[in-house]
Design a protein around this ligand. Structure first.
Ligand code: TYD
Length: 196
């Protein structure tokens, strides 16, 4: 099973991925987590560019899209192997991030054709105000106008892709976690308390 977390910056993906992973492990599953951008060479380059982007706009959305796709291509190989090993894969972001963050959409779709389709996409939907308020502690945040566009793009994807599940990210971490478990449990044949 390939589970993906998506959401605008500051949506709380990292916290929720940890909580979900612990719950699944306690329920007896083997779980592997992955992150996009990865910690490989291309992923490191992307993170460097994202940090420097504040100072320079030299890199275009198309170039960035290609880098994300290249990084993803490496990860897809890893994911396919993990799927054969019967492990649950939880990923922080996927090609859907490229679809909502980069442009133009048709072109991004084209260069990501190789990407595996997740079994479920947990979209942590967060109010922009909360996202922006969390931005004070971070240095790699997008501006509010851009985040608004990204949030709208996500909701549009959720409307057209049946594998999307919208989770209200404005609630406290425990409530968000419980909503996530409710969404995942039926897919794994377990109840919300994790007993198979
Ligand atoms: P991430 O580390 O997940 O940031 P955060 O924890 O703040 O959500 O992702 C870094 C940034 O990369 C984030 O702003 C989203 C962006 N991104 C894209 O623009 N395209 C992509 O394909 C991916 C995977 C991420």
């Amino acid at each position: 099973m390939y589970i993906v977390f998506e959401g605008i910056d500051g949506a709380g993906k990292t916290t929720q991925i940890d909580l979900l992973k612990n719950w699944l492990v306690d329920s007896g599953f083997e779980v592997e987590t992955i992150v996009e951008p990865s910690d490989g060479d291309v992923g490191k380059l992307i993170r460097k560019i994202l940090l420097e982007k504040r100072a320079s706009n030299d890199i275009t959305q198309k170039e960035l899209g290609l880098l994300f796709a290249a990084d993803r291509l490496e990860l897809m190989d890893k994911i396919s192997k993990l799927q054969y090993s019967n492990k649950i894969i939880i990923s922080d972001r996927s090609f859907y991030s490229s679809l909502v963050y980069q442009k133009p959409q048709e072109w991004i779709e084209e260069i990501n054709k190789f990407a595996l389709i997740p079994d479920i996409v947990l979209l942590l939907d967060l109010d922009l105000k909360i996202s922006v308020s969390r931005s004070d502690q971070r240095d790699e945040f997008e501006n509010e106008e851009f985040l608004k566009e990204v949030k709208e793009n996500y909701l549009e994807l959720a409307n057209t892709n049946p594998n999307f599940k919208i989770i209200n990210g404005n609630n406290g971490p425990n409530k968000v976690s419980s909503d996530i478990k409710k969404a995942i449990a039926p897919l794994l044949g377990i109840c919300k308390d994790g007993i198979r």
